[in-house]
Design a protein around this ligand. Sequence first.
Ligand SMILES: [Zn+2]
Length: 102
Amino acid sequence: MSDCNASTCKRVADLLLQFRDGSLPAEDLAFVREHLHRCPPCVGIFDSYQEVIDVLQRLQPVRMPEGLMERMRHKVAEGASMDDEGPCEDAEPCSDEEPGEA
Ligand SMILES: [Zn+2]
């Protein structure tokens, strides 16, 4: 019985993000956890996932710098490059007339 084959590892790789999220169903959670115990390569993949996610989270600004919204608002008010593109108009709502109930 082989715990570690290509298709098992692939399945684990697919589940790793959710595994990290904690959004994995208990069944899959146990499966991934167990597999990670026996399969160092998958642990490596998991580690690299963590690193990527860590970097991405660091890149995302947690909060807007104070005054930024204010400055943007001023810029818009000045009409900077707002000439060509008008505001998006709402799509016309479908006016299907519903047949009256009999
Ligand atoms: Zn594996």
